[in-house]
Design a protein around this ligand. Structure first.
Ligand code: UDP
Ligand code: MG
Length: 331
C-alpha cells in the first residue's frame, strides 16, 4: 500500500452527500479526464453520511476503477468537514477538490495541474467566468457574500471561486496544521498567502439531483465565514449601543423641552417605541456575544469535525474494526 501511495501525484477530493443521481455522469466525465493525463492519481470520494445509494454505487464503481478510493464519514458532517476529511486522507503531491454535481468541469483539473507545475504555483483557483446558470437568488446572495469576504479577509479572495481548486502538498499540509474548527476553505486558502494562479470556467447547471445547500446551510456558511475572520460584528454591537445612547439623549432633551413648554404629552408611543428599539438592540448584541462564545466553546472542546467510518484504502483492517464496533454497540 505504501509503495502505491508514494507514487501518487494527484488526488481528487470529491465530497458527496446523497449524490446517487449525479454519480454515473460524474464518473463518465472525470475518469477519461484523469486517465488522459500521464500522472498517477487517486480519486478520494468522501461520502458525507449519505442516506441514499451513494455508498453502494461507489463500491460498485470501485470494482472497475482501482484509482477510486472511498472515505465514508459516519454521519453527515457538512461540505467543509467532508473536504477536510478528504484533504486529511489524500496522499497526492497535488490535491484537487471538486463538487460531485458536475457544476465544475473535471476536464479543467489537468489544466490546473499543468499550470501549477509550470509556474510553480501552490494554489490554482477555479474561477467562474459566468453564473448565468445559477438562480437569481443564488447569484445575488453569492455576490453579497464575496463582496463582504473581500472586505474582511482582503483582496486575495478571488470573487468567484468556490471549492473547485488545486493545492500543492505544502498548501495542504499548511491547511492541515491549522487548529480551526469550522473551516471555510474558500477564505482560509487565500489567507495562507501561497503563490497562486487561476483557470476560468463556465459554471454549468447541476447535472442531476437537488442542491445540498439549502438556505439554512448557506446562512451557516456565511456566519462561519464572518466570525472566523473578524470580530467586527462585536464592534457593531458597541456602535449600536453608542447610537441608541445618543438617540435616547435626544429624546430626553426633547422631553424636557416639551415639559418646560408646558405641554403635557401622553408619552406612551415614544416610550413604547424606545423600549422595543432598545430591547431589540440588546437582544442582537447578546446574540452576537453568544455566537462568539459558542465558537470559543467549540474551540475549547476540540472535537473533530468528522469521523471516518471506513476508508477503502485500509479496507481489510477497517472492516474488522467496524465489525468489532458493531458487536460492542449490540452488547
Ligand atoms: N455536500 C456535502 N455535504 C453536505 C452538503 C453538500 O458533502 O452536507 C457536497 C455535495 O454533494 C456537492 C458539494 O458538497 O458535491 C456542493 O453541494 P451542492 O452542489 O449541493 O451546492 P451548490 O452547488 O448548490 O451550492
Ligand atoms: Mg452544486
Amino acid at each position: 500500500m505504501a509503495a502505491a501511495r508514494a507514487t501518487t501525484t494527484l488526488s481528487v477530493v470529491i465530497p458527496m452527500y446523497n449524490e446517487e443521481a449525479a454519480l454515473p455522469a460524474l464518473v463518465a466525465r472525470l475518469r477519461p479526464a484523469l486517465d488522459g493525463t500521464n500522472v498517477s492519481y487517486e480519486v478520494v470520494a468522501v461520502d458525507d453520511g449519505s442516506a441514499d445509494r451513494t455508498a453502494e454505487l461507489l463500491e460498485e464503481i470501485r470494482l472497475g476503477w482501482s484509482e477510486l478510493r472511498i472515505v465514508k464519514l459516519r454521519r453527515n458532517s457538512g461540505h467543509q468537514a467532508a473536504l477536510t476529511a478528504g484533504l486529511h486522507s489524500s496522499v497526492g503531491d497535488y490535491v484537487a477538490s471538486i463538487d460531485a454535481d458536475l457544476q465544475d468541469p473535471p476536464e479543467k483539473i489537468p489544466e490546473m495541474l499543468e499550470l501549477a507545475q509550470r509556474d510553480k504555483l501552490d494554489i490554482v483557483y477555479g474561477v467562474r467566468s459566468d453564473r448565468s446558470t445559477d438562480s437569481g437568488f443564488k447569484r445575488w446572495t453569492a455576490g453579497a457574500y464575496y463582496w463582504l469576504m473581500r472586505r474582511m479577509v482582503g483582496k486575495r479572495v478571488p470573487s468567484q471561486a468556490g471549492d473547485f481548486r488545486l493545492l500543492s502538498r505544502e498548501a495542504v499540509d499548511a491547511l492541515k496544521s491549522l487548529p480551526d474548527q469550522q473551516q471555510v476553505y474558500r477564505l482560509l486558502v487565500p489567507w495562507l498567502g501561497f503563490p497562486s494562479g487561476q483557470v476560468t470556467y463556465f459554471r454549468e447547471e447541476r447535472v442531476a439531483g437537488e442542491t445540498k445547500y439549502p438556505l439554512s446551510k448557506m446562512i451557516r456558511l456565511a456566519i462561519d465565514s464572518i466570525t472566523n475572520f473578524s470580530a467586527t460584528p462585536l464592534r457593531i454591537a458597541t456602535w449600536l449601543g453608542v447610537l441608541s445612547f445618543f438617540g435616547c439623549f435626544a429624546m430626553l432633551a426633547g422631553t424636557i423641552g416639551i415639559y418646560l413648554a408646558g405641554h403635557t404629552v401622553p408619552g406612551w408611543t415614544s416610550l413604547f417605541v424606545a423600549m422595543l428599539f432598545i430591547g431589540g438592540i440588546q437582544l442582537i448584541c447578546v446574540g452576537l456575544l453568544g455566537e462568539y462564545i459558542g465558537r470559543i466553546y467549540t474551540a475549547v472542546q476540540k472535537r473533530p469535525t468528522f469521523f471516518i467510518g471506513y476508508d477503502s484504502a485500509d479496507a481489510p483492517q477497517q472492516r474488522g474494526a467496524e465489525r468489532a464496533e458493531r458487536v460492542d454497540v449490540g452488547v
